[in-house]
Design a protein. Structure first.
Length: 274
């Protein structure tokens, strides 16, 4: 059985010496368990589908199927974290376009390898904590807090019963270091996009949460929160003033001092503030 914090890795390279080099660099790392190795694209694809590893060190140019084709053959839900390892620098841009964590250009030194590995570990820890946060939040919503239970009884329902579709969660489960913080939505000042994450600003603190802006927006009550830009959602109650800048730009000033630009396509949402 895998250890809770163990990272299962697969090494894919058509050169045996290259696979051995990576294997030796990982040998003394107690967090890494090498689940398998593969020397070609089809074998790598089969191995990844079968073992569902956390991390893959993936060569680009291989027989029959290259590294990009391997990734393209996997559904989004089965994509592991990927560090490309190759002797060709011309693929670097494409590697990051397919969201690889890093791109190691052979020959690389030990420090460069371990820097990439640290980045991968940090990514995976955050991902696991985010998954835990969502499970805890689902559990919390399933059983309900005392206020939710009282509301359910008042409606003639039962605690833990499925809330009506019109209701929105009162709390979000947010990772804060080694803790999971249950943050009341009323505390949120504003939310900004950060790649595949969102940065939630509340009470002078910021929390990095692994979820898309569209997903978060769908959970929040539109009577309380308004999207002012593709990269920003604000709590209406935190809006202190609207300010014009230049001839066309509108700026939202929040109670905490943050100043956020309003996209032209979203200005009409601010005509009435509640």
């Amino acid at each position: 059985m895998d250890s809770p914090g163990e990272i299962r890795a697969v090494i894919v390279d058509d050169e045996p010496l290259a696979r051995e080099g990576i294997r030796l660099l990982l040998a003394d790392d107690p967090e890494i368990a090498i689940a398998a190795e593969s020397g070609d694209g089809p074998g790598a694809l089969e191995t990844i589908r079968r073992l569902r590893p956390d991390l893959v060190f993936l060569d680009v140019q291989m027989p029959e199927m290259n590294g990009f084709e391997v990734m393209a053959s996997l559904p989004p839900g089965e994509l592991p974290a990927v560090i490309f390892v190759t002797a060709f620098d011309r693929y670097a841009l494409r590697a990051f376009e397919v969201h690889a964590l890093d791109y190691l250009l052979k020959p690389f030194d030990d420090d460069r390898f371990h820097d990439a590995l640290r980045r991968a570990k940090s990514h995976l820890r955050l991902s696991r904590m985010s998954d835990l946060s969502q499970r805890l939040l689902s559990l919390l919503q399933s059983y309900g807090d005392p206020a939710a239970a009282a509301a359910a009884r008042a409606r003639g329902g039962t605690p833990g019963s499925e809330p009506p579709a019109a209701e929105h969660p009162r709390r979000l489960a947010i990772k804060d270091g080694c803790r999971v913080v249950f943050l009341s939505v009323e505390e949120i000042d504003w939310i900004e996009a950060a790649d595949y994450y969102v940065q939630i600003h509340a009470g002078g603190k910021s929390y990095l949460h692994r979820e898309t802006m569209n997903s978060v927006e769908g959970k929040l009550d539109p009577a309380r929160f308004v999207r002012i830009h593709r990269s920003a959602i604000v709590n209406r109650d935190r809006i202190k003033e609207l300010r014009t800048q230049g001839r066309r730009d509108t700026i939202v000033v929040l109670a905490g001092g943050a100043e956020l630009k309003v996209a032209r396509s979203h200005r009409e949402k601010l005509t009435v503030l509640r």
